[in-house]
Design a protein around this ligand. Structure first.
Ligand SMILES: Nc1ncnc2c1ncn2[C@@H]1O[C@H](COP(=O)(O)OP(=O)(O)OP(=O)(O)O)[C@@H](O)[C@H]1O
Length: 947
């Protein structure tokens, strides 16, 4: 409809100036499809193309190069309603001034008129002009096509949708988006009506027509599926509803929608009915601008699957998707009058439209200036997120702008044209082949990443350490995000730390195991040592117990024997003991090298002993054996020996076996008798020694036997066997213990015993005066003859010697005959009594020695001559005996503790010193010093004076 020609008005004012912000542009010709993918135009297409060619002016040649494909923007101008139908806006007539304001048919004015196939002129309504005299018109050029209000649905489909369908059928995805204000005819353009179908129905028809033609032409079979959903907002957030299912809400994940049902398209009728059902479910509402206004963004997707003709199984050749989006039109609150939820919907709709426009603008800005980053506005709405690939220029998109040309819609039209006209400059330089496959791959990878993240939150880090590698590979394919990289680094560091800790703990465990092994070995050794020690202690205890038993036996024996013995040996015992002790002690003294001629006289003990033995033999046949035991010949000892012999044992052996054997626990009476026999032997030997000393004039030393062979023959054959027997029979412990006990006891009782023994001596002396006048006379002579000696002895401070010496002096005995014996007796008084406890400890009892009488008688007759001979022999052997320190030691060891103490007190260390000095060859006179010197001088003075 051409506008009515206005009459010329020469006097009229100049027309209003129209500012053309968008100069009219010629629409680009539709892209030429590829020859290989170019479908054969169907009858509908040919019809549509014919119709379009008839109704739409031929497209002008595009100024851009064919290789440079740009975003297509079509503009469709909705016809005015009948009451507002603009009669002035129509196809611009060539030769007429486009700046002239078109007049509306029926009196109504329009603000937008097409000025060309690719341009429109937007004129500011008169009511909007500040200066009514100055009009203002804007020309927007460059559209792919401008569809006038008189254009039909087929025209739109032919020029807008047909190229997309051709690309889709050729395996390329495409998108068509209808934009415009509310009530501008978007839904009408997309869906149409049964009588006047829109782009979608026409597309379905064309697709199925092409399918039919392919079947006829034996082209590769293809199948299609259709999905339809809407994005709406019910106040707070956006929702996606599947319009082909029972209102199932779907979830948008990246660029894919989970739960969206894709309905295969069997035929056109089913497809059209499917779309019709979806349209019925779409959210619509009546507003002041539109009685059936869409309240959501509706997206229809058609997916085509190509099948190989030469294969039985399905093989995916392409997965092209053709998407059509019917956006809800922007609304003005003043115009729509929405309230409440409608108002909220309006905000959502306007916001989505704004985001969509921002994405395109950002893409455009990015293409203009690569330095500007591509803003990610698509994140701000579901629609843009779903259409991300299109909004970022990776897929091809087509826009169709629906506008209303009425003056009342000037603002909406002006806003849309100003917003969308720049999109025509968007270029597609890097379109993706089978872009849907790529997007689908990216969607799947994104889904895998999200699922992996969820698994990592649930699973333990240790388990993740193993699965992490697999996930890393997957993530690498899917371009793992930075968060995954950070987590991967953290897990790797944790794995290294754990492995390092494990190595440390392993080494520590090994070291600990080694230490424990060593400790175990040491513990075993310690246990063995403890066992051995326990065994040793047990043995010691057993020995101690045995020794205790032996001691008890001995004590019992001693206690049993003491009583009768003491009764039987009233006087003779003391005599024998005193005389024997005197001889022994003096003999011990004579062993000292510094003792002068008296020491040397002891060496003649052998001769004296022979004489004594001869005398003893003369007393009885039993003495002919030469044994000390047999020579005793007392009645008690004989009885004991008889008892012992009745057992078939020798006396010595019986002593060992019966009295001290640990295993022999004989009857107590027998044991006592045996022990008594032993002690008798001991005492007999002592008595024999005393006898010999008496025969030798009291010079007989008990230790002198070690100095010469005669002594050894006497003691070893007579006395030592018994002692040896005791020592052998007794255990070492017992010996040591007894010695220790004896020493201690003797040391403690030294002084007391000395006194006692001295007193006993005095008593013995007094008794001997009565019983043995010869002996007493000799003693008296000794005492009287040793006046000078007593004075010198008193100077020795020998307490035990003072009283006896005085008593002996009081006796006034002859000094000449008994001088040596007196001296021996004087010395022996102190020493011999000191030996008494030792004898008690060793033997346990003081066995009476009947030999004393014999000894005394023999001593009385032979002492002077024998002593003199012994003195001479001692002088000869003085140096020889002095040169034997070992014998000295032996003698000293044989001294009993009390006697040893006395001797030590008497000689002390001076003896040792003197011995050493003498060994060095020094003169005896110079070596004599101290008390020993005094004693030596005293002893040496005797022979000299006598001589
Ligand atoms: N080209 C046209 N020819 C005849 N009628 C039209 C045309 N365009 C639109 N209409 C009519 O205009 C009315 C509004 O159209 P439509 O609903 O498509 O607008 P809309 O843009 O979709 O609005 P909304 O955005 O609110 O949904 C409908 O009744 C429709 O029949």
């Amino acid at each position: 409809m051409e506008p009515a020609a206005a009459p010329p008005e020469p006097a009229s004012p100049p027309p209003p100036t129209t500012v053309r912000r968008n100069p009219p542009r010629r629409a680009r010709p539709p892209p030429t499809p590829l020859a290989s993918a170019k479908p054969k135009p169907s009858s509908l297409s040919r019809f549509l193309q014919d119709e379009a060619a008839a109704s739409i002016p031929a497209p002008l040649p595009s100024s851009s190069s064919p290789q440079e494909e740009r975003l297509k923007v079509f503009l469709r101008i909705r016809p005015l309603p009948d009451r507002d139908r603009c009669k002035a806006v129509a196809r611009p007539t060539p030769g007429k001034d486009p700046r002239r304001k078109p007049k509306q048919a029926g009196g109504g004015d329009v603000c937008l008129v097409p000025t060309g196939p690719n341009s429109v002129a937007l004129t500011v309504p008169q009511s909007k002009l500040v200066d009514p005299k100055r009009g203002r018109t804007e020309v927007f050029d460059g559209f792919s096509a401008v569809f006038s209000p008189d254009s039909t649905q087929l025209d739109i489909f032919v020029q807008v949708m047909n190229p997309l369908v051709d690309d889709f059928l050729g395996g390329k995805s495409g998108l068509l988006v209808a934009m415009g204000p509310t009530g501008s005819g978007k839904t009408h353009t997309i869906f149409g009506s049964p009588r006047n179908p829109g782009i979608l129905p026409l597309m379905l028809r064309q697709i199925f027509n092409a399918q039919d033609e392919n079947k006829v032409a034996s082209q590769p079979a293809r199948s299609f599926s259709l999905s339809m959903f809407e994005i709406l907002s019910e106040g707070k957030g956006e929702r996606i509803l599947d319009l082909l299912s029972d209102a199932t809400e779907c979830v948008l994940q990246q660029s894919s929608i989970k739960g969206l049902q894709e309905v295969p398209l069997v035929n056109l009728a089913d497809a059209e009915s499917l779309v019709s059902r979806g349209m019925l479910k779409r959210s619509t509402a009546a507003t002041n601008a539109n009685s059936k206004s869409s309240r959501s963004q509706c997206i229809i997707t058609i997916r085509g699957i190509h099948k190989r003709s030469d294969a039985d199984s399905e093989h995916l050749l392409s997965n092209a998707v053709l998407t059509i989006a019917d956006l809800a039109g922007a609304e003005r609150e003043r115009k729509t009058g929405n309230q409440g939820s409608r108002l909220l919907e309006s905000n959502f709709i306007n916001n989505t439209s704004m985001v969509f426009g921002l994405c395109l603008r950002s893409l455009l800005e990015h293409q203009k200036n690569q330095k500007k980053p591509l803003e990610k506005h698509f994140k701000n709405s579901m629609l843009t997120r779903y259409l991300r690939d299109y909004l970022e220029g990776r897929k091809k998109m087509t826009l169709i702008l629906n506008v209303k040309p009425a003056d009342d819609d000037y603002l909406d039209t002006s806003f849309l044209l100003r917003q969308a006209s720049p999109y025509m400059k968007i270029k597609y330089t890097s379109l993706e082949d089978s872009s849907d496959l790529v997007s689908q791959k990216r969607s799947n990878a994104s889904l895998i990443c999200q699922e992996n993240k969820k698994k990592r939150k649930v699973q333990k880090p240790e388990v993740l350490g193993v699965e992490q590698k697999e996930n890393i590979e997957t993530d690498n394919i899917a371009k793992v995000s930075e968060e995954d990289d950070t987590q991967h680094k953290f897990l790797n560091s944790e794995l290294r730390r754990v492995s390092r800790s494990e190595a440390i703990m392993t080494n520590f465990a090994r070291a600990l195991w080694t230490v424990l092994k060593q400790y175990k070995h040491k513990l075993v050794e310690s246990e063995n040592a403890a066992k051995s020690m326990k065994q040793l202690i047990r043995d010691q205890d057993i020995q101690i117990v045995e020794l205790k038993k032996e001691l008890e036996v001995l004590n019992s024996c001693c206690s049993c024997k003491n009583v009768p013995v003491t009764e039987d040996t009233s006087i003779d015992q003391d005599d024998s003991v005193s005389s024997g002790q005197a001889g022994r002690s003096f003999g011990s003294l004579s062993n000292k090298p510094n003792l002068g001629s008296y020491d040397a006289s002891v060496d003649n003990f052998h001769l004296v002993a022979e004489e004594v033995s001869k005398e003893l033999k003369s007393h009885g046949p039993e003495n002919s054996s030469g044994e000390s035991v047999s020579c005793d010949a007392p009645s008690i000892s004989l009885i004991d020996e008889q008892e012992l012999s009745s057992r078939g044992l020798k006396p010595e052996k019986s002593c060992c076996a019966d009295a001290f054997g640990p295993k022999s626990h004989a009857e107590e009476g027998n044991t006592k008798v045996e022990v008594q026999a032993i002690h008798k032997k001991l005492d007999a030997s002592e008595c024999f020694t005393e006898q010999t000393s008496a025969h030798t004039g009291g010079v007989m030393p008990s230790s002198s036997h070690s100095d010469n062979q005669s002594d050894q023959s006497l003691t070893e054959h007579h006395m030592l066997p018994c002692l040896k027997t005791e020592r052998v029979s007794l255990s070492p412990q017992f010996t040591s213990c007894s010695k220790k006990a004896t020493i201690e006891q003797s040391e403690d009782e030294t002084e007391e015993s000395c006194k006692i023994t001295v007193e006993d001596i005095h008593r013995d002396v007094s008794r001997r005066e009565v019983k043995h006048p010869d002996y007493l006379s000799s003693s008296q002579r000794v005492s009287s003859d040793t006046e000078d000696v007593s004075s010198s002895q008193s100077s020795l401070e020998f307490p035990g010697m003072v009283a006896p010496q005085k008593k002996l002096e009081e006796l006034d005995l002859e000094p000449e005959r008994c001088e040596p014996g007196v001296v021996n007796a004087t010395v022996e008084c102190g020493i011999g009594h000191s030996q008494a406890p030792e004898q008690m400890s060793d033997c346990g009892v003081r066995v009476p020695c009947l030999l004393k009488e014999i000894t005394c008688r023999a001593k009385a007759s032979t002492a002077p001559s024998k002593v003199s001979e012994a003195e001479e022999a001692a002088d000869k052997n003085k140096e020889g005996s002095a040169s034997r320190p070992r014998d000295t030691k032996k003698t000293r060891r044989r001294l009993q503790p009390a006697a040893a103490m006395m001797l030590k007190e008497f000689t002390g260390a001076d003896l040792d010193v003197d011995t050493k000095r003498e060994e060095r060859g020094k003169s005896p006179s110079s070596a004599a010093s101290g008390r020993s010197d005094a004693l030596v001088r005293l002893l040496k003075a005797r022979p000299v004076r006598r001589a």
